[in-house]
Design a protein around this ligand. Sequence first.
Ligand code: ADP
Length: 161
Amino acid sequence: MKTAVYPGSFDPITNGHLDIIERAVRLFDKVIVAVARREEKRPLFSVTEREQLVRQVVTCFPNVEVTSFSDLLVDFARRMNADIVIRGLRAVLDFDYEFQMVLLNRKLAPTVDTVFLLPSEKYFYLSSSMVKEIAALGGAVSCFVPPAVLAALKSRYPVCQ
Ligand code: ADP
């Protein structure tokens, strides 16, 4: 039984994240989508809201579990009996940060490995922060996020479409 953890802020979950989840469920027996608390990043949605939104949009995947965590990622992964961490890799901008994280995590937990998945190219430039910025300015985000997330964004930014 291969369990993988897909960690992130998911503030909020986008179609890019979902693309990665769709790929991951084909590779692993169980995928745990883990919402990082990260209050210091001043997220738009609370950890409970972010977790609920993820839960609502992954119901179609029977082998996906959703939870949140606030400890070190490798400690969390070990607690979940997972030795694989999934990260999505977009354009080159993700590379430096992700490279650093993998090497640090490997130092902390040599048996936990990171697997990078590439989304469809249409999501290469999609990020939660861009979605929030467009939504705040009244732009159309319906093509970037699932309907439940659009509704949540509208509750914060009534101008968004
Ligand atoms: P974090 O704050 O940990 O980077 P995010 O929610 O921004 O949390 O991202 C979680 C993971 O999902 C990261 O590996 C990120 O690269 C990936 N990701 C985010 N947006 C996309 C996207 N559009 N396509 C593919 N992967 C993505």
